[in-house]
Design a protein around this ligand. Structure first.
Ligand SMILES: [Zn+2]
Length: 114
């Protein structure tokens, strides 16, 4: 289950970024997940619940997944559009693989308890 390793990487990133006492006040992690990233929100949330059971300093944290659509930019006509039903064509019908958004898996924002 690759979600477990994704969650571990996210926690590692946060540990590198913040001090221990800051992490204990972490209340929420917002993830930005592209539709092409192969991450199922429910699976990564379940993985998060499982991983933080052994991670005392993340006990107060919740994980939110913000799914973002796939956006392509046509190299022929410059049209930027959202990909629906995995059809990689611009609105003028040109096939394109130039993906502007949709492959990301990033920490968008973190929230702390005051
Ligand atoms: Zn086009």
């Amino acid at each position: 289950m690759h979600e477990i390793s994704l969650v571990r990487n996210i926690l590692k990133t946060l540990e590198a970024e913040f001090e221990k006492d800051e992490l204990e006040k972490l209340s929420r992690i917002d993830l930005k997940v592209g539709l092409l990233s192969n991450v199922e929100p429910i699976l990564i949330q379940n993985a998060f619940e499982a991983v933080i059971q052994d991670e005392q300093r993340f006990q107060n944290a919740e994980l939110y997944v913000n799914l973002v659509p796939i956006i392509i930019k046509c190299e022929i006509c410059g049209d930027e559009s959202e990909v629906k039903n995995y059809t990689f064509k611009c609105r003028n019908g040109h096939p394109t693989k130039n993906i502007l958004q949709g492959e990301e898996l990033t920490i968008e924002r973190v929230h702390f308890i005051d």
